[in-house]
Design a protein around this ligand. Structure first.
Ligand SMILES: NC(=O)c1ccc[n+]([C@@H]2O[C@H](COP(=O)([O-])OP(=O)(O)OC[C@H]3O[C@@H](n4cnc5c(N)ncnc54)[C@H](OP(=O)(O)O)[C@@H]3O)[C@@H](O)[C@H]2O)c1
Length: 516
């Protein structure tokens, strides 16, 4: 029997992907808090990674600054231990020698001017000018936020902000505790640094899938015409963590889930999904569009907050087969803490594109699985032609998976084989891991962001007006929650999908969470 199947045509060849090699000018990075948790877990392993991959210039220097007395040699040992514990690269001798000879340490107190004089002489010694004779210095603030004012003030007094160096400032989230403190902090920083020197980092924006949201939306012509209130029923964004608070109790007790995740990660994802097409990919053009979104998110009054937002705190339970304690039983947490570890809320964006479309956002710690995804739920077809044997009609859902799997899938209905008129839901999938051919390198989020900062590209960093606009959205929720009685906490078991009431938020609208 002859085989009459038609060969599937080869796909149109894609552009040749030429590995991008950027020229990074010589620089010195001063890490304030160079011995802290963030430095050990993320920054130093990422910098080593970049050095290993030969992304760093021949002349670079890293100066750790912290209060404990140490020599350069002792700091190198601390860094090596951190790489062994938290890095994912084998430490080859040659590579380590190349990296470690560029590591230095200055012991000093953040509020002591003399320490900055020592830092200044160290900078003089180790900073190499680039071809234009400019000496680039990057200050990374890996410190608890209460230390920032002292540091900025002393950097300024000691002429270390503008003067003889070209400087950039990298500052971690959370940026402030509310709109007022963020604005005060911005005012303080802007005395010493211009906006184009400030890199407010949120590592979420360094993830490939997060960046891919814009490519997906604006490089494919089939989705954008559907990307509006006429075709989209609602959107869900979930940032679920299976971990508890680890060793960040002091920070978390004061922050809670809204400051830790909603004000930054969740609103950033919401903006990328809903913003208008930028006219180009310049940093400010993209950031302008995101700020417009934050400003059109409907303001929440107390009544709205009580009805359409929800807080939770985890009880003991089982996550991934292990028993875990309740939040109140974690180390350094008070046993009557009312800090929320779970948030769910319904948002509206009052603009032409999104009027009437609800956005359900949620995030929590100690949930069943670590998963971050955005799901776009399309409206049902106007007539139900195929429901003769089954009432369940699955809508089309487009899922943008951010973690643990970076993937995109489209849920569609097909005819189930047989004589009945039965619909059957299937997925069309794209997975970064499985579908990209060749030896594709997935940069770690910090890797991408540090390189961007070294290059001077601010696209993936938040701007002052964006930060303040995001606080404006969440401030009323924080205030309402902090001034009214918390529900009976704990109100969800570790290893669940959060409080039962979170289901009611959607079921009241005839919907349900996609992941449940
Ligand atoms: N840890 C994370 O995974 C993570 C993730 C995202 C964002 N962040 C943010 O990153 C920042 C740093 O967090 P972290 O967890 O790394 O903090 P941390 O572990 O408490 O580290 C603080 C660092 O600052 C130094 N330090 C503290 N007080 C000092 C002083 N008065 N003078 C000089 N040095 C001083 C400490 O060194 P000595 O011990 O020698 O004093 C240490 O190197 C925070 O804003 C946090 O919110 C952290």
């Amino acid at each position: 029997m002859s085989d009459n199947r038609i060969e599937t045509p080869e796909p149109t060849p894609a552009c040749e992907i030429i590995p991008e090699r950027m020229t990074i000018e010589p620089f010195t990075m001063v890490i304030f808090g160079g011995s802290g948790d963030l430095s050990k877990r993320k920054l130093l392993p990422t910098l080593f990674h970049l050095c290993h991959d030969q992304d760093l210039p021949d002349n670079f220097a890293i100066i750790g600054f912290a209060s404990t007395e140490r020599t350069d040699e002792e700091y190198r040992t601390l860094v090596k231990d951190a790489l062994e514990e938290f890095g994912d690269y084998k430490i080859h001798k040659g590579c380590w020698e190349n990296f470690s000879r560029n590591l230095y340490y200055v012991a000093g107190a953040f509020d002591e001017e003399e320490s900055y004089r020592r830092l200044s002489s160290r900078l003089e010694e180790v900073t190499t000018p680039n071809q234009k004779g400019i000496r680039d210095v990057l200050y990374y603030m890996a410190v608890p936020p209460q230390h920032l004012p002292s540091i900025f003030e002393r950097l300024s007094i000691c002429d270390l902000c503008k003067g003889s160096y070209e400087t950039r400032l990298i500052i971690e989230k959370p940026f402030g505790r509310d709109r007022q403190s963020a604005s005060d902090l911005n005012r303080l920083i802007s005395k010493s640094f211009d906006e184009n020197q400030i890199y407010r980092i949120d590592h979420y924006l360094g993830k490939e899938t997060v960046q891919n949201i814009l490519y997906f939306r604006f490089a494919n012509s089939i989705f954008e015409p559907l990307w509006n209130r006429r075709y989209i029923d609602h959107v869900q964004i979930t940032v679920a963590e299976s971990l508890g608070i680890e060793n960040r109790a002091r920070f978390y007790e004061k922050a809670g889930v809204v400051r830790d995740i909603v004000q930054n990660h969740l609103l950033q994802l919401l903006a990328l999904v809903t913003m208008e097409p930028p006219i180009d990919l310049e940093a400010d053009t993209i950031r302008n569009e995101k700020v417009k979104v934050y400003r059109t998110i409907r303001a929440m009054d107390d009544e709205y907050i009580d009805r359409f937002t929800l807080r939770g705190q985890y009880d003991s339970g089982e996550v991934g087969g292990s028993s875990v304690p309740s939040y109140r039983d974690e180390k350094n947490i008070s046993d009557d803490s009312i800090t929320p570890t779970y948030f769910a809320g319904k948002f509206h964006i009052d603009n032409w594109r999104w009027a009437g479309v609800p956005f359900y956002l949620r995030s929590g710690k100690r949930l069943k699985k670590r998963i971050t995804e955005i799901s776009i739920h399309f409206k049902q077809p106007p007539l139900s032609l195929f429901s003769s044997s089954c009432d369940i009609r699955e809508p089309n859902i487009l899922v943008l998976g951010v973690q643990p799997h970076e993937e995109i899938s489209l849920h569609i209905g097909v005819k189930h084989p047989g004589i009945g008129n039965q619909l059957y839901p299937v997925n069309m999938n794209f997975s970064y891991e499985k579908d990209l051919k060749g030896d594709v390198h997935f940069p770690l989020p910090y890797e991408r962001l540090l390189l961007d900062c070294m290059k001077g590209d601010q696209t993936l960093f938040a701007r002052q007006d964006g930060i303040e606009a995001m606080w404006t959205v969440v401030d009323p929720i924080i205030k309402r929650w902090e001034t009214t009685h918390a529900p009976e906490f704990p109100n969800y078991a570790a290893g669940s999908w959060g409080p039962d009431k979170a289901n009611e938020l959607l079921s009241a609208d005839g919907r349900q969470w996609r992941i449940r």
